[in-house]
Write a protein that binds this ligand. Sequence first.
Ligand SMILES: Nc1nc(=O)c2c([nH]1)NC[C@@H]1CN(c3ccc(C(=O)N[C@@H](CCC(=O)O)C(=O)O)cc3)C=[N+]21
Length: 287
Amino acid sequence: MSAKIIDGKALAQSVRTGLKEKVEQFKLSSRAPGLTVILVGDNPASQVYVRNKIKACSDVGITSKLEKLPAETSEAELLALLEKLNADDSVDGILVQLPLPRHINEQEVIETIRADKDVDGFHVANVGSVVTGIGGFRSCTPYGVIKMLESVDYPLTGAHALVIGRSNIVGKPMAIMLLEKNATVTVAHSKTKNLKELALQADVIVAAVGKEKVVTADMVKPGAAVIDVGMNRNAEGKLCGDVDTEEVAKVAGYISPVPGGVGPMTIAMLLSNTVEAYERRLQKISQ
Ligand SMILES: Nc1nc(=O)c2c([nH]1)NC[C@@H]1CN(c3ccc(C(=O)N[C@@H](CCC(=O)O)C(=O)O)cc3)C=[N+]21
């Protein structure tokens, strides 16, 4: 057996095409949605990511602005900029690229962004809303994973889903979103003792660890869906995920590649959240 590939790049493209049509309609009667991206310092990986986000915005017609700040920017200066953007009616979404330099408290920064402009879905108010099921912006990566599973009509109701990793931006919200889809969810992490045993019982495995080949073929139940959230560099410097894709593909029913899987969907969901922030804002103004 050979797994079907869940092509995140193609799915992201179709999400973007849908958003582009929506944005074109908005522009006829009003302005385009606006996203401001803040980059502090000159981490080369962050610069590439930010450039990709800005380009993705322009592809779908979202107005984007990049605020580049030097690495020695103080936390107070960054918070002051956020307050300014919070009050700016032309800004629908704000994204502060992580990681931040060590002298800046990331959680403090995230909580300063207005929740209704927090298109990353990192603010506690959004996390709380998603956990409670009352709306709120969803963290883009796990949101993208759900869209990937939905794109192949994977039956999540009653399925056993194993999330490997418990970060605030992927593992924890992933578990909540799978639960929302009526899966039975297990969360494994670095202290988990019987990972292989748990994995062999899983119909869905989401690997978000940040380590190469955490999921190997001997851990996967035949026919399972395996979604790879990892972003690592292997010994040859090539981008790879957490899953031994080549071998696991011989056992799994569905598998998502890296690159071309979750990454492009993360960006697509960021654009989707930005359009949603804009729609909510216009609704509020017209009330
Ligand atoms: N506030 C904030 N929000 C983020 O969403 C955020 C962040 N900070 N900091 C860094 C991480 C990383 N991240 C990626 C998104 C897409 C790809 C992506 O599209 N990757 C391509 C490959 C790109 C390549 O070749 O290097 C792929 O997987 O196919 C990668 C990484 C968003 N992040």
